[in-house]
Design a protein around this ligand. Structure first.
Ligand code: MLT
Length: 316
């Protein structure tokens, strides 16, 4: 799905063709939300360039990531992706690209908490009730996610591992379609980012049970939710982060221009307001620097690989 900003006179970015931000999940989900807000905030710092969002979903995010890894390194095809860049190398054998060598790192964007949410008819008013219900229905609970290697898949797997109950996991091409089925009651549970769940929780179209951060959140609709860590799952912590990438070999002067525009976009009050309103925290530290972004992803791969292996949650 591309959304072209109508009527914006394309200026010379390096060239006048649109810049495409590839989102490796369907439109309407949490990754797409970050990308559309960022595309809006990048236009001005990129001299009025036309910035579109291209949803290339599937295979837990690796189809979209691969599309950018193989794209022309001209600065006009970028990837906006999340923690999946650090978990896929462990979770999914033979992904068709190398996270450390097939991409140029352009800087990080935000940190996003996750929420454990349930269908509206789920007979539980809090995490304690939910835990009782899961144990009473242990062989028929189903949990939605956005494919093997996605953030919702990782959190769902770690949650099942923490409570030692295997659920039926239902893959979607993004958590937007999964959310539709959760609201409709076709699936029971999901672990998804606040950028996708906050408005549904506010609108009471789903139930919310806990957050996956070690500290409670301050977002009004989420502030009363306990952490899973405080609800008996000691040490449970999953925070999703997003970064921007270009194909390896993109010229340095173009990378510098995009990184400068990204830093300006992250300071755009409109962008910050939209993201913070959904529980996300915009990056203000050194992770906006490409070298620090690359170091952070390498550290995250080292962090998550043993956790994933210990939980025995391989995918294939
Ligand atoms: C995920 O990894 O769960 C994605 O964030 C889902 C999405 O963006 O649709």
């Amino acid at each position: 799905v591309a959304c072209v900003s109508a009527g914006v006179q394309a200026q010379a970015f390096p060239g006048t063709k649109p810049i495409s931000i590839v989102v490796p999940f369907t439109a309407g989900g949490p990754t797409d939300r970050v990308a559309r807000d960022l595309a809006e905030a990048l236009r001005k710092p990129l001299g009025g360039a036309v910035v579109v969002v291209d949803n290339a979903a599937g295979a837990g995010g690796s189809i979209g990531a691969n599309k950018v890894a193989k794209a022309a390194p001209d600065g006009h095809t970028l990837l906006l992706h999340h923690i999946g860049m650090a978990t896929m190398p462990t979770l999914v054998r033979n992904i068709p690209f190398k996270v450390d060598s097939d991409f140029e790192y352009l800087g990080m964007i935000n940190d996003v908490p996750m929420t454990l949410v349930g269908k509206p008819s789920l007979p539980a008013a809090n995490y304690k009730d939910l835990s009782t219900w899961i144990n009473a229905n242990k062989d028929k609970v189903n949990l939605g996610h956005a494919g093997i290697g996605s953030a919702s898949h990782l959190c769902g797997l770690l949650f099942q591992n923490a409570i030692k109950i295997d659920m039926t996991t239902v893959p979607y091409k993004g958590t937007a379609p999964a959310m539709t089925d959760l609201i409709g009651g076709q699936i029971d549970l999901m672990c998804d980012q606040t950028t996708n769940t906050t408005s549904q929780i506010e609108g009471k179209s789903i139930k919310a049970f806990a957050v996956t951060t070690t500290k409670r959140l301050t977002t009004p609709a989420l502030k009363d939710l306990p952490t899973l860590n405080d609800s008996g799952l000691k040490g449970f912590e999953v925070t999703i982060w997003h970064g921007l990438y270009a194909p390896k070999g993109t010229p340095a002067d173009i990378l510098t221009k995009i990184n400068a525009a990204l830093k300006a976009a992250l300071k755009d009050p409109e962008f910050v307001k939209k993201q913070e309103g959904l529980g996300a925290v915009v990056v203000t530290d050194k992770r906006t620097e490409p070298a620090e972004h690359k170091k952070f992803v390498a550290a995250e791969i080292a962090k998550w690989s043993p956790i994933i292996k210990a939980a025995g949650v391989y995918a294939d």
